[in-house]
Ligand binder design. Structure first.
Ligand SMILES: [Zn+2]
Length: 349
C-alpha cells in the first residue's frame, strides 16, 4: 500500500515536471538567419538558435505567393528582429527580396522570407544540432525547391470587382508641396482620376474617396477622423484599396518611388509588390522598394490595401514629372496593370 502510494506520487512528480517543461520552458533565442543557394533550384534558409531545443512540433511553414512564412513556437526573435541578424548570400539575393522576423504572439516568432517573384515549391524542414568544430549553433534548416509562377495573359472574368482609389490629402490639406508649388493633393487626384478611367474601361467598378479638391470628412478634423472617412468610402464588397501619395523630404535630393502594405498582410503585400513592379517597369524613378508600415488606411481597410508613394514632390526633377499630364497617365497605367495582374494570379491562393 505504502509502495503503491509512493509510485503514484513519483509518477505525479514526473508528470508535473513534464508539464512544466513544455508550458514554462525558457524560449529558444533566434541568433541568426542565413539564406543561400544550395543548388540551382534549392534555396536553403538556416535559422540558428540557442538556449532551447526545437523539434518538428515547434516549427511550421507555408509558402504562399512568394512569401515563405515560418512559425516558430517557443522562441524569441532575439537580435534577428534587427536587420543585422539576417544574411542573404550573394547567389540567393537574386531570388530573395528580404527576411523579416517578428514575435507575433508571446514566444511565437514568425519569420517571413519574401521572394522577388511568386513561387511554388516544396518546403523541407530539418533540425541540425550544434557543431563546435564547424562553429555552428543549433539550427533549423529549411530547403525550398522553387518553381517560378509565370504570369498568364490577362483575361478579365467578371465586371463586379470594386476597386477603391484614395487620392491622398485634399481640401484644407495640400499634403507635401514641391519647390515650384505643385501640391501632393493635386498630383494624387489627377493620377487617381486617370487610373479610374483606365480601370473602368477594363470593366472594374471604381469607387473614389474623393473626385474633387475636398476634405473627405471635414476641414480641421483629427487625422484619424479624416482617414476613417476615406476607409468608410469602401463598400463591403470592395476588392482592393489603393491610396495614392507623393513623398517629401527636407533634402531635395531624396528621390524614387515606393509602395507599402500593412505588416503581415499577405494579400496587401502582394498588391504592394505588383504595384511596385509596375511602377518600376515604367522607369524614370529609382525603386525604394516594398515596405511594411502601419498607415491608417491600410490597417483599417477591410480589403487588401496598399499605399503608394509615386515619387518625391520635393525633388525638383520628380516634381516636374509628377506634374506632367503624360507621366500621370503612365502612372495610372501602371496602377491599372498591377490591378489586372493581381486578379490574374488570383488562382494561387
Ligand atoms: Zn501623402
Amino acid at each position: 500500500m505504502l509502495r503503491k502510494i509512493l509510485t503514484c506520487f513519483s509518477l505525479l512528480i514526473v508528470f508535473t515536471l513534464a508539464a512544466t517543461n513544455t508550458a514554462f520552458a525558457k524560449p529558444a533565442e533566434i541568433t541568426g538567419i542565413n539564406a543561400f543557394n544550395l543548388d540551382k533550384e534549392t534555396v536553403r534558409i538556416e535559422i540558428s538558435y540557442r538556449g532551447g531545443k526545437l523539434d518538428s512540433s515547434d516549427v511550421s511553414t507555408s509558402l504562399n505567393l512568394g512569401i515563405l512564412s515560418v512559425e516558430m513556437h517557443n522562441t524569441l526573435p532575439g537580435r534577428v528582429s534587427r536587420i543585422s541578424g539576417t544574411q542573404i548570400e550573394s547567389g540567393a539575393r537574386d531570388s530573395i527580396d528580404k527576411i523579416l522576423a517578428n514575435e507575433t504572439q508571446p514566444k511565437l516568432t514568425k519569420v517571413q522570407i519574401q521572394f522577388k517573384s511568386f513561387l511554388e515549391g516544396d518546403v523541407q524542414v530539418s533540425f541540425e544540432p550544434s557543431n563546435r568544430s564547424a562553429k555552428k549553433s543549433d539550427r533549423v534548416i529549411i530547403d525550398v525547391k522553387v518553381t517560378e509562377i509565370k504570369d498568364e495573359p490577362f483575361e478579365f472574368d467578371g465586371g463586379d470587382r470594386v476597386i477603391v482609389l484614395d487620392p491622398g490629402h485634399g481640401g484644407s490639406d495640400a499634403g507635401a508641396i514641391g519647390p515650384s508649388g505643385v501640391t501632393e493633393k493635386y498630383v494624387s487626384l489627377e493620377v487617381s482620376l486617370k487610373a479610374r478611367d483606365l480601370l473602368t474601361a477594363s470593366g472594374y467598378q471604381v469607387v473614389m474617396t474623393r473626385t474633387t479638391d475636398i476634405d473627405v470628412a471635414a476641414p480641421g478634423v483629427p487625422d484619424s477622423t479624416e482617414l476613417q472617412a476615406r476607409v468608410d468610402k469602401a463598400p463591403p464588397n470592395a476588392a482592393l484599396f489603393i491610396s495614392v501619395h507623393c513623398n517629401a523630404f527636407s533634402n531635395g535630393k531624396a528621390n524614387g518611388m515606393e509602395t507599402y502594405h500593412a505588416p503581415m498582410a499577405v494579400q496587401g503585400a502582394r498588391l504592394a509588390r505588383l504595384l511596385n513592379e509596375e511602377l518600376e517597369r515604367l522607369g524614370g524613378l529609382s525603386n525604394r522598394g516594398v515596405k511594411a508600415a502601419r498607415f491608417y488606411v491600410m490597417t483599417h481597410s477591410q480589403c487588401p490595401a496598399s499605399l503608394i508613394e509615386l515619387g518625391f514632390i520635393t525633388n525638383p526633377r520628380e516634381e516636374q514629372l509628377l506634374a506632367s499630364d503624360d507621366y500621370q497617365q503612365k502612372l495610372a497605367q501602371a496602377i491599372t496593370n498591377a490591378v489586372n495582374r493581381y486578379f490574374n494570379q488570383g488562382g494561387y491562393e
